[in-house]
Design a protein around this ligand. Sequence first.
Ligand SMILES: NC(=O)c1ccc[n+]([C@@H]2O[C@H](COP(=O)([O-])OP(=O)(O)OC[C@H]3O[C@@H](n4cnc5c(N)ncnc54)[C@H](O)[C@@H]3O)[C@@H](O)[C@H]2O)c1
Length: 298
Amino acid sequence: MVASRSPAAGGHPLAGRVALVTGAGAGLGRAHARELARLGAAVVAEDLDGAAAAAVAAEITEAGGRAIGFAGDAADWATARSMVEAAIETFGGLHVLVNNAGISRPAMSFSMTEEAWDSVLRTHLTGTFAPSRFAAAYWRAEAKAGRPGQAAVVNTSSGNGLDGGDPGHVNYSVAKTGINTMTTAMAKELAPYGVRVNAIAPLAYTAMTAPLWGTELLPAERRAELEPESVAAVVGWLAAPASAPMTGRILAVTGSRVVLWRGWAPDTVVTTDGAWTHEKMAAAAAALGTAAQQRPLG
Ligand SMILES: NC(=O)c1ccc[n+]([C@@H]2O[C@H](COP(=O)([O-])OP(=O)(O)OC[C@H]3O[C@@H](n4cnc5c(N)ncnc54)[C@H](O)[C@@H]3O)[C@@H](O)[C@H]2O)c1
């Protein structure tokens, strides 16, 4: 059962709300779609794999919820526009957007193919931005028409996008770091229209992490807390009014821990009189080098 169970916190905090989840056919996206439905939202379950999206929508409706499947590429602008329109036309509005669709094409920089670079950046960056762009246009129009939506976007970052990136994942790390900045920049842009934009950096047992199952990162004995449903609970909370006014934040969800991350911050400062010269920089740089050597990169 999905939608018929009452959330422990009481009531259905997303009753009357409409949610769009990209990459909802499997893994984390499937869990997000089911959790948002359980919290009362009508759900558009979108995925490149249309059959998988339809199956998740069927699971939700069979459990008493409301959902449709939507097949398509979240990084295609026309598709992104269509999926936002489908939510509005089918369920009468849009209040929650979970940008979850993602792929991984691990490679060291010196072995990276053009396809691995382009597909990862496109799927994550454009696949997060394009649905957000069309949802944002709708929410702005609604606000200007006197109907501010109290809407919420939840983007999907990664530990690789927070810790300075890992060897073999430069494309993925760059894409996720871009999603961090998209989250903070769009949080500022959309605040005037009542839209909150946050992100999660999940860790879970899914097809994407299958090579890591049972390793130190995803220990078998902690599997219960590392299932997608645990991460989905945090997404459901970020989507619900209860998490207001939180916006522009990135929460890493690793099993039973949720960590609020901060972005780049000034570290060591060196100054000179007037403009820099090569010689002045060489003299001052010792302070930068010493500081940098005291801590690992990233
Ligand atoms: N699983 C983890 O531990 C973990 C860790 C960090 C970040 N993430 C991120 O979480 C998100 C979900 O990952 P997952 O582990 O559930 O992966 P997954 O491979 O199990 O599922 C991803 C889903 O996204 C769909 N998809 C891929 N490209 C798409 C596109 N262009 N348009 C629409 N759908 C598309 C796939 O068909 C699939 O159903 C991704 O953004 C991933 O980078 C996952």
